[in-house]
Design a protein around this ligand. Structure first.
Ligand code: A2P
Length: 282
């Protein structure tokens, strides 16, 4: 089988396809429906959404209409970042299942350790309460795995110290030049918590970087393909997002090897992208 069905094994024992289709910033309705449907038709078997993306309805419909057996698709959604109570998590999960039109998800993540309106705030108690509910959901079988997103080492440590289940994954921003914050990657990998790379193309901001173009030319690949391949070779699940058929196909055409020397060069490109700068793609 091709790279779209290559998997890692989560700490639950479940398989997770190494490439997932990212749906952040794809509006609900036609765009989310057609791009998810096209990804599935093209062989993607892993779809990543979130309650806060607002597109669970269209993503779920595309899955239902795909004709692919539910158990052959790995589906992730996420708990809104501002919900930090036990009951609130149970409610939000029901809403996501109903909106997606499924009776289980493969992975349910706490979207962030703090509400987006209070980035960096201390919500340790709330995260511990939320994790208790996540554990209940996992035990009920309606989320086959549970995890976190945007968590730092100390955020995860609080879960490890107070919970009974180790998160299966931590989904973080991860792209060339932005991989080492807080050593969270090493910490997670040491604890058998899979890193999932969101924004592997730095939301498009990496595409005009000559340093990566140079490597792309050498391998006769695009900057997008080098960037995605880089995240895979760093042992992460990668979640490229696109609404264009050409790109959806291209992003899965990454069955090649970047050699060790070029990986080291890409590793050395610290702070390649400034996410506060305007995005040529938007
Ligand atoms: P679009 O969605 O218009 O197709 P990230 O995965 O880091 O969030 O990056 C997503 C951004 O990169 C989107 O703007 C997307 O464009 C663009 N993009 C995705 N794949 C490619 C590609 N293969 N070539 C060029 N741009 C791409």
């Amino acid at each position: 089988m091709g790279i779209l069905t290559d998997t890692y094994t989560l700490n639950t024992g479940a398989k997770i396809p190494r490439i997932g289709f990212g749906t952040w910033q794809i509006p609900n309705g036609n765009e989310a429906y057609t791009s998810t449907a096209f990804a599935l038709k093209s062989g993607y078997r892993h779809i990543d959404t979130a309650r806060v993306y607002g597109n669970e309805e269209s993503v779920g419909k595309a899955i239902a209409d795909s004709g692919i057996a539910r158990e052959d698709i790995f589906l992730t959604t996420k708990l809104p970042a501002d919900i930090k109570t036990y009951e609130g998590v149970l409610d939000a999960f029901e809403t996501s299942l109903a909106t997606l039109g499924v009776n289980y998800v493969d992975l349910y993540l706490i979207h962030a350790p703090w509400p987006w309106t209070d980035r960096g705030g201390n919500y340790t108690e709330g995260n511990i309460a939320a994790w208790k509910a996540m554990e209940e959901i996992y035990k009920s079988g309606r989320a086959k795995a549970i995890g976190v997103s945007n968590f730092s080492v100390s955020d995860i440590q609080a879960i490890l110290d107070n919970g009974t289940i180790v998160p299966a994954a931590n989904q973080i921003k991860f792209f060339i030049g932005n991989t080492e914050k807080d050593n969270v990657t090493e910490f997670c990998q040491a604890h058998n918590i899979l890193i999932e790379a969101y924004s592997p193309l730095a939301t498009g901001r990496i595409l005009d970087k000559p340093q990566v173009q140079k490597i792309a030319d050498k391998y006769d690949k695009t900057v997008a393909q080098i960037s995605i391949r880089y995240t895979l070779q760093r042992g992460t699940v990668t979640l490229p997002k696109s609404t264009h058929e050409e790109y959806i196909l291209q992003n899965a055409n990454v069955d090649f090897e970047i050699d060790a020397e070029d990986m080291a060069y890409l590793d050395s490109l610290k702070d390649l992208v400034d996410l506060t700068q305007p995005n040529i793609r938007k």
